[in-house]
Design a protein around this ligand. Structure first.
Ligand code: ADP
Length: 267
């Protein structure tokens, strides 16, 4: 099995169109990741040493309160920002030290991004929204259009192909954004609060679609602060104050508090 796929390229129908790019090793390796922003001369430690691995086909939700560093982690994995320290590899290829062009090339090859507020191209048709990323990545127009039509069909948007995104409901708009994210057969789909701007029906539509993609082997890393949304994932990773919260620090603070309490109050 090569790095380009899982060998089912001759299959027809859903398995072929939604078939993800599956690497031989891990989808994602994050090691000792730190990000410090400067805000009015004051350092803001958004990530304070994050270690994190994703295997092929995993659907992981990163949860945590506002400001704990979830979006920072996602942006770094997407290569949209550069870390202060640490390593990030997608499909075994390191993002660290790459210039803008190389990062853009890696993103086109490996990453599909779904944002909270869709980021659709409103002046273009639904079909063009999905076709464009594949054309930018070098796919011939006809092939890109065929793939885009297949994706829209599978995502229940085939009859809207010629429309502007403006006619779509919230749930449909996010499904379109997901179709666009899948245009290049990404190794990893990144989603930042993908249901955050939707009503509950639209949110369910999107989560159902993620479950379906996950069942087809697509690796997904989703950021959310909503437990109900996170429950759709196969694994939940919790963050707190720029770190993965594996419970050990809390246990330690309980022990320290207990020992202080007992020293202070025991006769
Ligand atoms: P979350 O997604 O969990 O809400 P973020 O990753 O957006 O958290 O933010 C983590 C911390 O980094 C917060 O304290 C936030 O204010 C700060 N931060 C995020 N982006 C920037 C930036 N561009 N400049 C300065 N501080 C930032």
């Amino acid at each position: 099995m090569g790095p380009e796929g899982n060998g089912n390229t001759n299959a027809v129908g859903e398995t072929d169109v939604l078939e993800p790019r599956v690497p031989d090793g891990n989808v994602l390796d994050v090691l000792g990741l730190r990000k410090t922003y400067e805000s009015e001369g004051v350092p803001v430690r958004a990530l304070r040493g994050v270690d994190f691995v994703m295997e092929p086909g995993e659907f992981v939700a990163v949860m945590g309160p506002s400001g704990c560093g979830k979006s920072t982690l996602l942006n770094l994995v997407a290569g949209l920002d550069t870390p202060t320290d640490g390593e990030i590899s997608v499909a075994g290829e390191s993002l660290v030290g790459k210039d803008e062009n190389d990062l853009a090339r890696m993103r086109r090859r490996h990453i599909g991004i779904v944002f909270q507020f869709f980021n659709l191209l409103e002046g273009m048709s639904v079909l063009e929204n999905v076709t464009l990323p594949a054309i930018i990545a070098g796919m011939p127009r006809r092939q890109a259009e065929t793939r885009a039509r297949d994706l829209l069909d599978l995502l229940g948007l085939a009859d809207k192909a010629r429309n502007a995104p403006g006619v779509l409901s919230g749930g449909q708009r996010q499904r379109l954004a997901i179709a666009r994210a899948l245009a290049n057969k990404p190794t990893l789909v990144l989603a930042d609060e993908p249901t955050g701007a939707l009503d509950s029906a639209g949110g369910l539509e999107v989560l159902e679609l993620f479950r379906r993609l996950h069942a087809g082997g697509q690796a997904i890393l989703m950021v959310t602060h909503d437990q109900k949304v996170a429950d759709a994932a196969g694994r939940i990773v919790r963050m707190r104050d720029g770190r993965i919260d594996d419970g050990t620090e809390e246990d330690m603070s309980v022990t320290i508090t207990e020992s202080i309490t007992s020293t202070t109050w025991e006769p």
